[in-house]
Design a protein around this ligand. Structure first.
Ligand SMILES: Nc1ncnc2c1ncn2[C@@H]1O[C@H](COP(=O)(O)OP(=O)(O)OP(=O)(O)O)[C@@H](O)[C@H]1O
Ligand SMILES: [Mg+2]
Length: 243
């Protein structure tokens, strides 16, 4: 789950998509590659400390049927990750190589914003089946999404598609739809990049609350329209990646 821009909802999408994939019966791991600003530990409501195996591998944390790794499990709440570049590279490599992920059908990676060192380390460490770019419908986000897609193209990682987050808002009081960040941006950008628009996630209060409470909305509310959208995306990915 990548994007150029910060705060567009990569971690929210990664968390919910991972749960949606698990609900299709797959074995799923979720690796929080945002070493400086981890959020997966928070979004899954656990700060359990990972154990090490005898071979010095890190045992991922199990939550809601998923295997998780996040810098949030290694730091306490208040201390920021103050790390020099080489340390970040080392942590990124460790998360991918030194974690006892076991047999998995999917390993979802939640990336930090931008096209920096961590992204580079990842593509040099593992063979990715594909990248998903998350954007909002705004031009500023779309420009950065394009940069992210271009970066993956350059390193021969197929871009599986675009997910437009915060696409619209349906007012709970009158049921009216508001296009807060504009409309059609994701669709236009997907066409331009010649990749599918995998889904459009509305701005949803329950989704934000669920994330803050430590259980992704897909794991909490089966009837939410957001859950339905993530299920659709998960089904699509299962088919695409099975080919
Ligand atoms: N569809 C949505 N509806 C409502 N709130 C959302 C939605 N998507 C994300 N958010 C909220 O927006 C905030 C930022 O989301 P998130 O942390 O997923 O973004 P990010 O792209 O991973 O950010 P960063 O670049 O800092 O890693 C969070 O508080 C999250 O709960
Ligand atoms: Mg994030």
């Amino acid at each position: 789950m990548a994007s150029g821009k910060g705060g567009v909802g990569k971690s929210t999408v990664a968390a919910n998509l991972a749960v949606a994939l698990e609900q299709t019966g797959a074995r799923v791991g979720l690796c929080d590659c945002d070493i400086y600003g981890p959020s997966i530990s928070q979004m899954f409501g656990t700060r359990e400390r990972p154990m090490a195996t005898e071979e010095n591998k890190i045992v991922p944390i199990e939550q809601y049927g998923l295997r998780l790794m996040s810098m949030g499990f290694l730091l306490d709440d208040t201390s920021p990750a103050i790390l020099r570049g080489p340390m970040v590279t080392r942590y990124t490599q460790q998360f991918l190589r030194q974690v006892e992920w076991g047999e998995l059908d999917y390993l979802v990676l939640d990336l930090p914003p931008g096209t920096g060192d961590i992204q580079l380390t990842i593509v040099q460490t593992v063979a990715l089946s594909g990248a998903i770019v998350v954007t909002t419908p705004q031009e500023v986000a779309l420009i950065d999404a394009r940069k992210a897609a271009t970066m993956f193209d350059k390193v021969n990682v197929p871009v599986l598609g675009l997910i437009e987050n915060m696409s619209y808002f349906v007012s709970p009081s009158d049921g009216k739809r508001y296009d807060i960040f504009g409309s059609g941006g994701g669709e236009r950008e997907a066409k331009r990049l010649r990749v599918p628009l995998l889904g459009q996630i509305p701005i949803d209060i329950a989704t934000r609350e669920a994330g803050d409470r430590g259980i992704p909305i897909v794991g909490e509310d089966r009837r939410s329209p957001v859950t339905a959208e993530f299920k659709k995306i998960a089904e699509h990915l299962r088919k695409t990646l099975a080919q």
